[in-house]
Design a binder for this molecule. Sequence first.
Ligand code: LLP
Length: 406
Amino acid sequence: MSQQQSQLTPEYLITLGQQFGTPLYVYHAEKIREQYAKLTTAFRDSNTVFFYACKALTNINILKYVHSLGANVDCSSINEVRLALHAGFPPERVLYTSNGIGFDEIEEAVSLGVIVNIDSLSNLEKFGKKYGHTYPVGVRLRPNIMAGGNLKISTGHDKSKFGIPVDQVDKILDLVDRYHLRIADLHIHTGSEIKDVDVFVQGIEILFDLIPKFKELQFIDLGGGFKVPYKDGDGETNITELAQKVQTAFANHPNPGGRPLQVWFEPGKFLVSECGYFVTKVNVMKETDAATFVSVDSGFNHLIRPMFYDAYHRIENISNPTGIPKRYSVVGNICETDTFAWHRMINEVREGDYLVFYNAGAYGFEMSSNFNSRYKPAEVLVKDGQAHLIRRRDKFEDLLRNQIEL
Ligand code: LLP
């Protein structure tokens, strides 16, 4: 396989399926590098830093690779923070954007020296009481912007649990006064799969109104949510246009708040969605009056996005590249109606064929489970033309691990 290709070939994926077994998650480092380069190239003339939203894919080797590219990392739990530090990110490049967490996690994050974003007045007050001016802190705001691919992945609208509503900013300022809080960044994240760059500009405009109120501000964090194509014709967020519009917004508000501000983004899907391939094998073909079912050796226990978000993943029969396309319903083997695709055109499928699901890098393995007491899949990283096993498939002992037999 050529190292230059950012797309893995069907033949190569079959080889990996044969070598490591299925179901199998395969990630291609080169594609992550390519995506990161799109960001840094577009924003090369501005003071912008990218934090990889690692909730998308936390395998330690992915974290190490993203670190080697020069990115920072955004975490959504204290364990992600621990993983990021374990992967070698220095604390000052680790951001913990929390929501609804107990204050003990914030204390731990502070003790580890990482950057903390707080998303409730309650935790901000506890933070003020304990740390006052001694430790900088960020505030996650709810900007009341509706954005994202669907409601389940929209987080900035006016019914969202995330962030402190912008109309409560006076309450934040009261806490700043009372506890001499050092608010270093204002954060918003409006949703996932946002193609329209104006959504980000709208967010900036909201923040511009607030910035002068925060005297010690150094950063504005516009969150993640850049879109990548899942199906033909989908398109992706135009990062070059985004960079231009962000620059224009700043040009129109020179030196907001009286000091230069750095802009942060937290891309997850943009960096790792397309690098991932989920390789499965067809167990059973079943003709019925409703559909021709293709049952693969997986289920929503391994890839939940189609069932959970009605998400579309392109599925290809890599064993039959010249087969005549027919209509199939691709389902899993767990004891639920786990449907990956309904009446989808796929090249003729036979039992034993390998089917690959594309865009499987982000929120694929990461949202998998052991439902039906099935094993979680293995993960493979293809880097510099070499395939490395980076997580072995579960074994029976893994199902019993942590259980206490009486
Ligand atoms: N920053 C914050 C604060 C977030 O909550 C998220 C995603 C991101 C960044 C990264 O968003 P991304 O660039 O990946 O769109 N499981 C869902 C997506 C949920 C995203 C949750 N937060 C899915 O599979 O579509």
